[in-house]
Structures are given as C-alpha cells and as structure tokens.
Design a protein around this ligand. Structure first.
Ligand code: SF4
Length: 701
C-alpha cells in the first residue's frame, strides 16, 4: 500500500464522539496516528481504539477486486451487471422488490448518493441503515418533541453541567473521550454530581455519586416518577411551559397515573426508595442538568417513549439548549447523524424532509428524479423479513454485517439464501454476510476515502483520503454513481469528487429549509474544491459562516407552531416476558476495545488484550442456581437461537440478568454470534429492535 508522506487531518471511524486525528507516514512508509489538538471534540486525546488505528491499515484480508459469483470481474462488468439485474427485477416485480441496507460507517456523501439512487430513481424507499439498530428511537423522540431530529446541546454542556445523568450509556467504554471530558470536569468541580442509571455496574460508575441499577425496561416509569415529583414539589418551570410547550396537562396526568409515588416507582424499578428520592432531589436542585442517553434507552420496544420521558423532564424544567442544560442523545456510530441528515432511514427523505406532498415535490424537482418513491420503505427488521418472504428480491448491503448484528440473525441468513440478488460492498473479503453475496464490491476504507461525517453534537468533520486504496477498492459514492450511470442516469449523477456530492447535499438543505428546519448548511454549497478539502469542523446549522453550538435556546422549536411538544407516555412491559422456560433477561452491548463485528478492531493486536474472547457475564447467584463454574463454557439460548461462551461471574450485574458483548462472530470464534439469540421485537414507532431484553436460559456446556 503506497502512502502519502504529508501529515493530514481526518476523523476517527469508530464512535459518534467524532475525534479529530492526524495521520502521517514516515520515510520508511510507517503510518502513525495521533489526536488532533485542534479538533474541538477531543483536543488531541484518543481512546484505545482511535490510537491503534494504524494497526488496522493492512492489506491482509481486504477485498481487492470486484467478484461476480466468486470470479474476478472488472468494475465495468460488475456495475453493468448490478444495473441490469436491478432493472430486470424492477421491471418484473416493481419498486418494492429492491432494497439497500447501508451503514453508519458510510460517509455522508456515500449515504447521499445511495439515498438519491434508491428514493429518486429506483422508485422505492427501501433503503435502511444499521443506524436503525442504535439511534432510531432517539430520532423518533426528537421529532415528536422538537419537530426535527436534532440534538439541542454540545459537548461543552457535559463539562458545564452541575448534574450529569448517564442513562442507558456506558460512556466510559462506548464514548471514552467524552467520558474523560466529564471526569476531568468533575475533578475540577467536585460538586458536580454524576448519576449512572444502568442495570449493570459499568466502568462509568467509576465517577458516579449515585448508581441506580434499574430493572431492565423500567426507564419510562423512573422518568415519569421524576416528572410527577417535580410537579408535586413545585419545581416545574411553569413560565417556560406556558410560553414554549404544548401537552403539559396530559403528560402530567399520565406521569401521575404511571408513577404515583416513590414506593411504586421503587418497586417497579427494583431500586431502593432512598436512592430514587436522592436522584429526584438532585434533579430538582440543579438547573444545569444534562441527561445523556444511548442504546440502553433506544434498544427497546418502548425506546421512543423512553426518549420522550427523558425529554419531557427537560422541557418541563426549561432545561433545553442552555449552557450545561440539555437532553443529549449519544450517537453510537461515526456517521449515524450524517446518514440521518441525507435520508438514510427508510422513513425519511433527504435533508430531514418527510414523505409529504410538498417535500416529495421539492426533492423530485431538485433531483430531476423520474421515479420518486411515494411512501416510506421497510425498516431493517421488516426488510429482512420481506426478503425471506419473497417480497424483496434484490438487496445491496454496504459496509455492514447484518448476519452478525441484526436480531434473530439466523433469520437474516435464511433471507439472504432466499434472495434473487445479493450485492455486498465492503473493505473486508470474508465476513459472515459476504458469504451470501453473488456480487462482491471492494470498498475503500478509512484513510483511503474522502468525505464528511457528523458527530453527536452536530459537528461536521472531514475524513480525508491520504492512502492509496487497497487493490481496486473504490469509494462508495463512486460505486453507486457508476451503477446509476449504468442504469441510464448519467446526467443526474454527474459527480467527479466527494466535494461535488457535498455541495449538492448542502444546496438541498437550503431548499428544504424555508426557515422550518435547523439542518441548514446551504452556505457551504459554494465551497470550492480547495475549501471543501480544508473544511474545518463545524456544527449545523451554519449561519453567517458560523456553526451553532446550541439549538432551541430561544424557546422556538422546529414544530409547526414552534412550540416543544410534551409527549404523554406510560411504562409498558418488555415485548417478551420472562417465563419458566426462559427465565433470565439477556442484555447485549459493547466492550471498550472492540467495534461492531470486529472486522477492523480485530486487526489491532493491542485491542484484543482487553477482552480476548467472547463471554457471558453472570451474577454469582445466577451461576450457582444454574451450576455454572467460573470460566467454564455456557450455552446461552432463547427461542431464536443459541451460542456457547465462557462464563464471567461478577457481582456487577443484577441476579437474573445476563450480559453478552455484541461483537464476536463466527469468523473469529465459532458459535458466538449473540445476534442469533436476540429477539426481533421492535419499537412500534422507531422500528428499533429490543436488543437489551431477550428472555433466555443458560446451561453448562
Ligand atoms: Fe474514536 Fe470514539 Fe475513541 Fe474518539 S472516543 S478516538 S471517536 S473511538
């Protein structure tokens, strides 16, 4: 692999913190990385994953050439083949028969072109993303409360808060640099309080003044109880509520009915009354409160309601968009936000537009689209169901590994076996998913590709291609452009560079906006190539050449009437209840030093030192009841599938709960895909799977 000798600035490809990185190659061709001291997300710091990125820049294992039915093909043959196959299936079965399944690993430019091709030219909205698995409940909650999928705060708020609540987020492992920023702020201001709400005693509890090991699924109850407590203790901001919000009456009624008193909340959440009282008292006392929430809230059959239960407490206390006061959705992936901005979810259009007549007309005209999709497409779990049932016949999977990561993952295998056409574009040749591909397309990887990503605080940063691509690998936006041209759409896909795509996306945000939406970067549509290349990290909306650190501080929201919406919510049981046959609650999540299905992080030897193999966490009481010895093999099964893992017996987990990391897969360790065990129930609004609660059984193996 040939490498540039120029030091370049780029962005980490792992989590949604979006740290800036400097990458350089010395005269011997050795590439090194270090934190970018100028980047406002990390100020030069990197976590274990980011700092070992240079280890992953190897050609071994890379997919180097296009392949059709296992045989090497030219790019021209591959793109023509895909274009022909998609067109034939469209002609025979209509637009509902084709789909793309994409990834929060794609850059915004890749996402934009994929979304445009599917929704404007193939005539279907069947393009969904693995962001559905991590953030779609937060998206839905934002839209219900604010009228738009927008995070109101910025990272500085995490340092300014007097009360920091981390709920459903092991920030220490999943967003390590943000955790370090919070920890440093607490060291400087010891009066800053930190509350961790998580069924497990995670590494984030290191800085917690209070840990609430809540019973899985009970978050709405806890936050409804908080809202009711605030009302009872006259701690609501009645002026803010009256001036800037709707729905207080019904929301308070629901909260009171759902969580009448502390005892009721304590029993339902399986928490000590005194600890709940302390949490509620602290919330009432601290105007500068930030509530960070992540997958522990989102990955639930009630994930959207959970998000709104949290946001309700912030609206009702006027703690939105002010320094040190905001609800804060921590995005899992490096570009889940950017994907959402260009319409990467099947139920939204580009630039945060919706499937309504005026937005559809606007986008169709802008794209000169001949076959505009008219309604929302299938969400991830439904999409793979439709493939197995035969309704969707062609699927193009980009930069993701659904055979490992989707719930009921063996169903995904059955679906891909049934599909008429499976195209996979990826950096890595052999994955659990690529084994099912008829067409394999080599995608350029981190360090090789150009574009932008948006992090959890709405900050757009450049990823820069400074390395020569491995083999014949190409950038995803270019592969998609070539297929669009092969299908006869050359004039509508004229892009020569990632900058061309970015400018078009920026222009569309202006057209979409009409003063309605916060997502507006139209000032960037006139960037020259050189300006795009040197673009500095900037937060949307961009106005007068400046980014915006906070939103909604003036009390005007993106809803029709500009008022925030309080959403009445009631706690509900998890989709599948524990039974005699399946008596334990399976929870899944990340470990500190691995990423997703390990296709990249497993290439860095230092990262395997932290957790060398897949495991299942069990409480000592659970281990005793089921006859499990420390470090022995355990079969974890549910009605959907089973895996075999080593026991890690620890009192950091609740008795009766079971935790398994999401990363390992059959490429690295036989029979370890926990996705095969996870239930496929989804949130009815967001479509996000309930990956945090599956009834299961454990047995010695
Ligand atoms: Fe990369 Fe996230 Fe670590 Fe920053 S915190 S270096 S973005 S993995």
């Amino acid at each position: 692999m040939e490498r540039s000798s120029i030091l370049n600035k780029t962005t980490c490809p792992y989590c949604g913190v979006g740290c800036g990185i400097e990458i350089a190659t010395d005269e011997q061709g050795k590439t090194t990385v270090r934190g970018d001291t100028d980047h406002p997300a990390n100020f030069g710091k990197l976590c274990s994953k980011g700092s070992t990125l240079a280890h992953t820049l190897v050609e071994e294992g890379r997919l180097l050439h296009p392949k059709i039915n296992g045989l090497r093909a030219s790019w021209d043959q591959a793109t023509q083949f895909i274009g022909r196959q998609f067109q034939q299936i469209l002609d025979q079965h209509g637009p509902g028969s084709v789909a793309f399944y994409v990834s929060g690993q794609l850059l915004t430019e890749d996402y934009y072109v994929a979304n445009k091709l599917m929704k404007g030219f193939l005539g279907s909205a069947n393009i969904d993303t693995n962001s559905r698995l991590c953030m779609s409940s937060a998206v839905a909650a934002h839209k219900r409360a604010f009228g738009e999928d927008a995070v109101p705060g910025c990272y500085e708020d995490l340092e300014l808060a007097d009360l920091m609540i981390l709920t459903g987020s092991n920030t220490a492992w999943c967003h390590p640099i943000l955790f370090q920023r919070i920890k440093a702020a607490k060291e400087q201001r010891p009066k800053m309080k930190v509350v961790v709400i998580d069924p497990r005693k995670t590494a984030s509890c290191e800085i917690a003044d209070l840990h609430l090991p809540i019973k899985p699924g009970m978050d709405v109850k806890l936050f409804n109880g908080l809202l009711h407590y605030l009302a009872e203790h006259h701690k609501l901001d009645t002026t803010y509520i009256a001036d800037h919000s709707d729905g207080i009456h019904d929301t308070l009624t629901y909260a009171r009915q759902d969580a009448a008193d502390l005892d009721q909340v304590a029993t339902a959440c399986d928490l000590p009354v005194q600890d709940i009282a302390t949490f509620y008292h602290w919330f009432a006392q601290h105007d500068r409160t930030v509530t960070c929430f992540s997958q522990g809230i989102n990955q639930s059959s009630q994930g959207t309601d959970k998000g709104n239960a949290i946001i309700n407490c912030h609206i009702a206390t006027g703690r939105i968009g002010k320094p040190g006061a905001t609800p804060f959705s921590l995005t899992g992936q490096p570009n889940a936000m950017g994907g959402r901005e260009v319409g990467g979810l099947s139920n939204q259009l580009a630039a945060h537009m919706e499937f309504n007549a005026s937005d559809l007309k606007r986008v169709k005209h802008f794209w000169k689209a001949p076959n505009m999709a008219t309604h929302a497409g299938l969400k991830a779990v439904d999409l793979f169901d439709a493939i197995e049932r035969g309704g969707v016949k062609a699927i193009w999977i980009m930069g993701t590994n659904p055979v490992v990561s989707l719930p009921d993952a063996d169903q995904v295998k059955r679906a891909l076996q049934k599909a008429q056409l499976v195209v996979v574009s990826d950096c890595i040749e052999h994955t659990d998913t690529s084994a099912f591909a008829q067409v394999l397309l080599p995608a350029a990887g981190w360090g090789e590709k150009d574009g932008t990503v948006t992090n959890s605080e709405r900050r757009i940063s450049r990823q820069r291609g400074v390395l020569t691509s491995a083999g014949e690998a190409r950038q995803d936006w270019r592969i998609l452009t070539d297929v669009a041209r092969a299908m006869g759409y050359s004039s509508q896909f004229p892009y020569q560079t990632a900058g061309d795509v970015f400018r078009e996306h920026a222009a569309l945000t202006g057209l979409a906006n009409n003063g309605k939406r916060q997502l507006d970067i139209s000032e960037l549509e006139t960037l020259s190539d050189a300006e795009y290349d040197s673009l500095q990290p900037i937060q949307w909306p961009v106005m007068d050449d400046m980014g915006s650190d906070r939103l909604y501080g003036n009390g005007r929201f993106s809803t029709q009437n500009k008022r925030a919406q309080l959403v009445p919510v009631r706690s509900k049981p998890t989709a599948h209840l524990l039974t005699q046959q399946w008596p334990l609650a399976l929870n899944t999540g990340r470990v500190r030093d691995q990423w997703h299905t390990m296709t990249r992080t497993a290439l860095a030897p230092p990262l395997t030192a932290h957790k060398a193999e897949p495991y299942v966490e069990l409480h000592p009481d659970t281990a005793r009841i089921y006859g499990i010895q420390p470090h022995s093999f355990v079969k974890v099964s549910s009605q959907w599938g089973s895996v075999t893992l080593k026991a890690d017996i620890t009192d950091s987990i609740r008795p009766g709960d079971v935790f398994v990391p999401m990363h390992w897969n059959d490429q690295w360790s036989r029979n370890s895909r926990i996705g095969a065990v996870v239930n496929p129930a989804v949130d009815a609004i967001s479509g996000q799977p309930e990956s945090k609660h599956t009834p299961c059984l454990i047995e010695p193996w």
